[in-house]
Each structure stands twice: as C-alpha cells, then as structure tokens.
Design a protein around this ligand. Structure first.
Ligand SMILES: O=C(O)c1ccc[n+]([C@@H]2O[C@H](COP(=O)([O-])O)[C@@H](O)[C@H]2O)c1
Ligand SMILES: Cc1cc2nc[nH]c2cc1C
Length: 338
C-alpha cells in the first residue's frame, strides 16, 4: 500500500482493470459451436461458459468454487430499521460456524466451500443518518481485507453478506448513486412495515441529504453510506478481477456494494454476474441500472450468499457441458445441413 490517500491504490487498480482474454474466448466460442447440440440451445449456459473462459483466461472449469460471507454491524440498526435486533448478526455468524444456516446446507448440497468473514461486529459503523459509516482508513482497510477472499486458488467466487440493518444502508447507497426517490430503494428487508418502514425511508432520505455533496466520488459514497461488509465485497470484486476469478454476486446488499465499482469504472463488473434477483424491490431496479440480467429469480430475500451459491451450480453445469460434451465429429452425430 502507498503512503498517499487511503483510497489511492484502489483507484489505481480500478483505472487499470484487466480486460477479458479475447484469445481464450475465441477458442471457447469455436468449441461451443461444434458441441453436440443445436447452436444456442443451451441458452444462458452457453453465455456462462463464454463468460468463464473470458474472465478466467482458461478453458472453462470450476474446481474450487467458494462462497464468502462478510458480516458487519451498522450504527443505523439502533434506529429501529430492521425487524430483528443487531445481536442477530453475531448470533447468525455463530450459526454459520455450527452449520445451522441456510447457506451451510446449500453449500453442502452443491459442493461449495464456505468462508465467513467476521468484520469487527462489536464495533458497529457510524449511523449514516448523522455521520459517515467509516473513516477513510477503516474503509480502505476493510476493502483490503475483503481482497483475501480470492486467496487459495478459488476459481469461482460467490459473494454474500450478513448484517442487521444493511438493507437500509444498501438503499441509501443505491439512492446516493442513482437518485430517484428514497421509496424506489427502500424495501421491507427482514420484514419491516408500517411505521418502521416509514422511519427507514425517512432515515435513508436524511442520510443521502447529509452526504449529498460527497457522493459523486463512488468510494466516498461507499465509506459514507456503506458498511464494512459492503466495503469488503467491493475489495473482493477488485481482487477477483486482478486474479482472473469470475464472481457471482448475491442479493440487494452485495449488489449495492458492486454498484460502487461500476460507478467508478463502467466495465468494473464485467467479470461478475448477478446470481439472482431478490424479493427486495430495490434489487431489480439496481440490477437494471447495472445493465445485468440475473441468473435466477426464486423470490429469495435471505442474503448469506444463498442466491449466489445456488447460481454456482449453474456455472458448474455450464463448465461441465463445455468441457465434457462430445463434438459432432467425436460422437459421429450429423451436424446441421445448412
Ligand atoms: O440479499 C437480499 O436481497 C436481502 C434482502 C433482505 C434481507 N437480507 C438480509 O437481511 C439482513 C438485512 O435486513 P434488515 O431488515 O436487517 O435490513 C441482512 O443480513 C441481509 O443479508 C438480504
Ligand atoms: C435469522 C436471520 C438470518 C439471516 N441471514 C441473513 N440475514 C438474516 C437475518 C435474520 C434475521
């Protein structure tokens, strides 16, 4: 890390993001065109295989997929914006460790490894309605910590989170980056309605108004309106790009963290797919702003990387078809006539 501004290294990386591997992509397209199926008949599985090739820089393969779940606590949670108390963040981290959460079961059922990153849970971030969530140093250090998610030969990274109050933060960040109305971005999260929902909208409005003069700089928006798990996810996406690891992004909160990078560099998320569209209403709007089409729509709104883990099974199947299928020539199957 340099001695300059805490964000300097991230800005440098974002400005010099590597491009897709055109040669590997062209080889993969060629192979795709001779596999024993009518052209395009595997639909988005073919798109996934081409995306894997382009961004991993090798023949599509998924041998070491991993789900990284980043957990953080939020000052704004003390304002009654969630249906659950803040203590649930730590309690769920303990539940992850014991194997009792949905993400444990999904990972086991589709053979993914799981790593939980506990981000200073005893030190909630600042309440974004009255102060920045993080100092520049804390934000940068947390982004750097998130970069560790790609260590150890991971070849598909699924990014998820856990943090009571973080749909409020995701709404504020989305509203700060894209504007519109606060109600475009605020949803029920874990299940708030009525007065608590109205309070959530008002606090998001207050937060974006407070920080409005600083939001044209996306990393500054992240530090002011985000949280530790969002900063870590942004760092993980950056590291994955540098190390040629394709990324699956989970729900609303993980996508809001990713949106920060897209605002900094329009091609920053080209190595990422949105795994699913969650039931949180702001998520579909956000995904559309990113110009992405989610792989799944299962009405899920849990977080924990659960949608990303499910989508990883599609990515594994896409890679297996691409590498394992026979060609027309190998199988002695007649190719189309015209
Ligand atoms: O991923 C989503 O789209 C999503 C939608 C609603 C809730 N969540 C999860 O629920 C928690 C945040 O909800 P809340 O109501 O406390 O802001 C956090 O742990 C998220 O992982 C996640
Ligand atoms: C129980 C519970 C589990 C979660 N997993 C992700 N966010 C969550 C929020 C709650 C409340």
């Amino acid at each position: 890390m340099s001695d300059g501004h805490p964000f300097e290294d991230f800005r440098t990386l974002l400005d010099a993001f590597p491009k897709a591997d055109a040669q590997i992509l062209s080889q993969a397209r060629k192979r795709n065109s001779v596999l024993t199926k009518p052209p395009g008949s595997l639909g988005r599985l073919e798109e996934i295989a081409m995306w894997l090739a382009a961004w991993s820089g090798r023949t599509p393969a998924v041998n070491r997929p991993m789900v990284a779940v980043f957990a953080g606590n939020h000052g704004i949670a003390a304002r009654g914006v969630s249906a659950y108390p803040q203590a649930v963040t730590k309690q769920m981290v303990d539940n992850f460790a014991k194997g009792g959460a949905a993400i444990n079961q999904i990972c086991a059922s589709v053979d993914l490894s799981l790593k939980i990153f506990d981000l200073a849970l005893d030190h909630p971030t600042g309440d974004i309605s009255v102060e920045p969530a993080l100092s520049e140093r804390d934000c940068a250090a947390t982004m750097a910590y998130g970069m560790e998610a790609v260590a150890g030969g991971v070849d598909l990274l699924c990014l998820g989170e856990m943090g009571i109050g973080n749909t409020t933060v995701a709404a504020a960040l989305s509203y700060g980056l894209y504007g519109g109305n606060a109600t475009d971005w605020v949803g029920p999260g874990t299940g708030v309605e009525g007065e608590a929902y109205e309070r959530k909208v008002a606090l998001v409005e207050q937060a974006v108004t407070l920080h409005k003069d600083h939001l044209s700089d996306p990393l500054e928006a992240l530090r002011r309106l985000g949280g530790r798990e969002l900063a870590a996810i942004a760092g993980a996406i950056i590291a994955a790009r540098m190390q040629k690891v394709p990324v699956l992004i989970d729900g609303y909160v993980a996508t809001a963290a990713a949106a920060v990078l897209k605002a900094a560099n329009p091609s920053a998320l080209d190595h990422c797919m949105i795994a699913h569209v969650s039931a949180e209403p702001g998520h579909l709007k956000l995904v559309q702003k990113l110009g992405k089409t989610p792989l799944l729509a299962l009405g899920m709104r849990l977080g924990e990387g659960t949608g990303a883990a499910l989508a990883a099974s599609l990515v594994k199947a896409a890679a297996a078809c691409h590498t394992g299928m026979a060609t027309f020539e190998e199988a002695g199957v007649s190719d189309r006539e015209a």
